[in-house]
Design a protein around this ligand. Structure first.
Ligand SMILES: NC(=O)c1ccc[n+]([C@@H]2O[C@H](COP(=O)([O-])OP(=O)(O)OC[C@H]3O[C@@H](n4cnc5c(N)ncnc54)[C@H](O)[C@@H]3O)[C@@H](O)[C@H]2O)c1
Length: 306
């Protein structure tokens, strides 16, 4: 089985590649190393340093004849998308279209694409299911939502099979600090360095934190899930919520340290509570999150020691 992972040198991508190699798949990575690291690249994978917007991308598809594609390469920083909507649009939409065109021309069997909880607006009730109100508050959320619509049309018009996965807040080893959901990574480093953590708002705001290994597993399972699961969008989440204050408490316990918290006013546009339903993914993709939060946070903290 030949698979391509775009963004495979990044946080979620490198864990996805590791799982594929463990399954004995033949894996290629395309990444421009803009936020990804060479050190994250699994030695068992073939690495091509390339921008997903590049005109050379189709040629790679023709040469390599991939069966499956997981498309994760993206501009991932929400604040950056507000300041630089042009770059966000270029990478997240033109890049996606370049990948989809190459998929259709080389008859790729299925493409799994990273979407995000950022496509949702502020919800009246939790957990948010896939048919919840779509009202992104950032250009990043907008390019992810528009990307989903491109996928639906590529499937309808050209028969390209897809699964779009709306990840909740992903955390775990190898996470950078710049992208979406980087709060765990930022706090972990601060605690490791014996510094206070900085909380926007009162810390009562909740998020649905999901371990990166569980997300990587969802990427793999979505590729090979039955045809009935294809051409749909799924939340990938734990369907639980934890407050930022409790997150700090669990991290402090994992580290065995006292942690000072500094509070400042909430940021404009930040939602207060967030939790995504994962029922559809559990039913259709036969995927279930496995990692307990305390253990995942402990692994994340101790990975800084390596
Ligand atoms: N981390 C989260 O909490 C989260 C939540 C929802 C969705 N996502 C999505 O998951 C995907 C992976 O995110 P991540 O957290 O692993 O981020 P990441 O920054 O670690 O990974 C992105 C990878 O893509 C590469 N890349 C970026 N632009 C590229 C380009 N133009 N051409 C080629 N490669 C390029 C980067 O070098 C990096 O290796 C993204 O699509 C992101 O939007 C992440």
């Amino acid at each position: 089985m030949k698979a391509l992972v775009t963004g495979g040198a990044g946080f979620i991508g490198s864990h996805t590649v590791d799982k594929m190699i463990d399954r004995g798949w033949d894996v290629t990575i395309i990444d421009n190393l803009s936020t990804g690291l060479r050190a994250n690249i699994n030695a068992g994978a073939k690495f091509i340093e390339m921008d997903i917007v590049s005109n050379d991308l189709p040629e790679v598809f023709v040469r390599e004849k991939f069966d499956y594609v997981v498309h994760l390469a993206a501009q991932t920083a929400v604040p950056y998308s507000i300041e630089h909507p042009d770059t966000d649009c270029r990478v997240n939409l033109l890049g996606l279209v370049n990948v989809l065109e190459a998929c259709r021309r080389t008859s790729v069997k299925r493409v799994v694409v990273a979407s995000s909880a950022a496509v949702y607006g502020d919800a009246d009730s939790l957990p948010i299911a896939e048919d919840g109100l779509l009202n992104p508050a950032s250009f990043y959320g907008l390019t992810k939502l528009t990307g989903e619509k491109y996928l639906a049309l590529y499937s309808q018009i050209h028969g390209v099979d897809y699964v779009a996965l709306r990840y909740a807040n992903v955390y775990g080893e190898r996470q950078g600090e710049g992208g979406e959901g980087g709060v765990v990574s930022i706090f972990t480093r601060k605690i490791y360095q014996d510094q206070p953590v900085h909380i926007f708002g009162d810390g009562g705001q909740t998020r649905d934190f999901i371990y990166v290994g569980d997300v990587a597993e969802a990427n793999c399972q979505a590729l090979t899930a039955p045809q009935t699961a294809a051409n749909r969008v799924y939340n990938i989440s734990t369907q639980t919520q934890i407050s930022v204050n409790d997150l700090v408490a669990i991290l402090a316990e994992a580290a065995g340290k006292q942690v000072d918290k500094l509070y400042s006013p909430a940021r404009a546009g930040d939602i207060y509570h967030s939790m995504l339903s994962n029922r559809a993914a559990v039913n259709d993709i036969y995927w279930k999150p496995q990692m307990p939060l305390a253990e995942g946070l402990q692994r994340t903290y101790y990975s800084l020691n390596k």
